[in-house]
Design a protein around this ligand. Structure first.
Ligand code: ATP
Ligand code: MG
Length: 261
């Protein structure tokens, strides 16, 4: 199972959209995909049509269990209405974990332990992160084989990326495996000078880590979210979906080159 984490400390850069877009394309390839929503705002969980306030069996409940047995894990996995796509949902209570469990030893590795138990059941796990550096993001980074960092193509977002890269460097010190990351320029508007300039700056500052294409602005993403459907399952032909298809083949290509990661 490949574990891809989508993270950026900056909010509203397209993290959840990236997770749901890649997930839709992966299930269309026939892959078994598990989504993990680690954001207390539960955007991904709501996106998929779940009622966050009344859910039983969430990621929070897994963090409450000292013993992670199969029954507990199974209880937290929700089938979605899309074949091959399951979800471990978020709940608002996740926001309390930093205070309650933040200092407890081994806290950072709980998600990794959960995913190790699910290794044979899924081809991919995609983790959506909150836009804050806290115990959930640390758990997600520690569990991942690749990190995707969506960055809006504008000046302030690039500042935010510097912080995220520092976080990755700090995390790397305690991770035995290399923490590989790919910067994904998002919400690119080729008509604006700001987008062009931001993209150029990204490519100059992170030449080895920036994906060589972009995700354009596309209003179809909002339409798909209103229908609670992964974009590619809602509308096959739009430039946004096409761009995520290109991103997915790029990621799968470098994954094959780097020995399955
Ligand atoms: N390429 C795009 N073109 C147009 N709209 C987009 C694009 N990507 C995302 N959006 C829209 O921008 C908004 C924010 O996107 P999204 O929720 O994916 O960001 P996020 O990084 O997950 O935010 P948060 O940090 O709050 O979790 C959403 O309304 C989404 O539909
Ligand atoms: Mg989000």
């Amino acid at each position: 199972m490949k574990v891809w984490t989508v993270a950026n400390q900056k909010g509203g850069v397209g993290k959840t959209t990236t997770v749901i877009s890649l997930a839709g394309l992966l299930v269309q390839q026939g892959k078994r995909v598990l989504l993990i929503d680690t954001d207390p705002h539960a955007s991904l969980t709501s996106y998929l049509g779940f009622d966050v306030d009344s859910m039983q069996g969430t990621l929070y409940e897994l963090y409450q269990q000292p013993e992670l047995d199969d029954a507990t894990i199974n209880h937290s996995i929700q089938n979605t209405e899309f074949d091959g796509l399951d979800l471990i949902p978020a709940s608002m209570a996740l926001a309390t974990l930093d205070k309650v469990l933040g200092q407890r030893e081994g806290m950072g590795l709980i998600l990794k332990r959960i995913l190790e138990r699910l290794e044979d059941r899924y081809d991919y796990a995609l983790i959506d992160c909150p836009p804050v550096l806290g115990v959930m993001m640390v758990n997600a980074l520690a569990a991942s084989s690749r990190v995707l960092v969506p960055v809006q193509t504008e000046f302030l977002a690039i500042k935010g990326l510097e912080r995220m890269v520092k976080t990755l460097q700090i995390m790397q010190r305690s991770c035995p495996a290399p923490l590989r990351y790919t910067v994904v320029p998002t919400m690119y508007d080729k008509r604006t000078k700001a987008s062009l300039a931001a993209l150029k700056q990204l490519q100059e500052s992170y030449p080895d880590n920036v994906w060589n294409s972009v995700i354009p602005i596309d209003t179809k993403f909002r339409d798909a979210s209103l229908k609670h459907m992964p974009p590619s399952l809602y509308i096959k032909k739009c430039r946004g979906v096409f761009a995520y298809e290109t991103l997915l083949s790029y990621l799968q290509r470098i994954q094959d080159r780097q020995g399955g990661l």
